[in-house]
Ligand binder design. Structure first.
Ligand code: SF4
Length: 179
């Protein structure tokens, strides 16, 4: 099991290498690091704690932390999508931290919603009564009670990427969609 200290050390080293800083809000940072650790245990790699991962390394490669979008986001907005990594002026409080748009292409996000091959048991339910019935995927829809952000994923995000509310602010809605 990867320790939280190891995850933090890795993030700190990476921030130092690229001239970034970790979010100065200790509790917020702790939640993100915990999310990274849990994703690493679940998938075998530390996928982004505020995005949906598929569990398929090839599909998720661009959102393994630090993701492909971190550098352009930190340069343009002063923060990565999750606000784990921030620019110096943001770290020092000279520039306010704000929600930023998702840079990951929609096509890649969509691939994460499809059941990954080999992991279909976890995400797919097949109706047992008739072989003619369409397989159904049970999707959990989470919404942030603070800002209304919605996302399909198994578990709520650790941090809302829009308003930065904590995981506890997410409520679940379960829906059935045809495959
Ligand atoms: S958005 Fe931030 S926390 Fe998420 S994967 Fe990218 S660098 Fe890591």
């Amino acid at each position: 099991m990867t320790s939280l200290d190891k995850v933090r050390q890795r993030a700190e080293n990476d921030a130092k290498t690229y001239g970034y800083y970790l979010n100065p809000d200790t509790e917020f940072l702790q939640n993100l690091l915990q999310g990274l650790r849990e994703n690493e245990e679940r998938y075998g790699y530390p996928s982004c704690p505020c995005r949906l991962a598929s569990g398929n390394l090839e599909v998720d490669r661009d959102i393994i932390c630090p993701c492909d979008y971190r550098d352009p986001d930190v340069i343009e907005y002063g923060t990565c999508y999750c606000a784990l990594y921030v620019r110096k002026d943001v770290f020092e409080g000279k520039t306010p931290l704000q929600a930023i748009p998702e840079r990951r292409p929609v096509a890649k996000q969509t691939r994460s919603y499809a059941p990954a091959s080999g992991t279909s048991e976890k995400k797919t339910e097949t109706a047992p009564t008739s072989t003619k019935e369409t397989p159904r995927i049970r999707k959990k829809l989470w919404y942030c009670k603070q800002c209304g952000y919605v996302v399909f994923r198994e578990d709520p995000p650790y941090i809302c990427p829009i308003c930065k509310a904590k995981r506890e602010m997410f409520a679940e809605m379960s829906i059935q969609v045809d495959d």
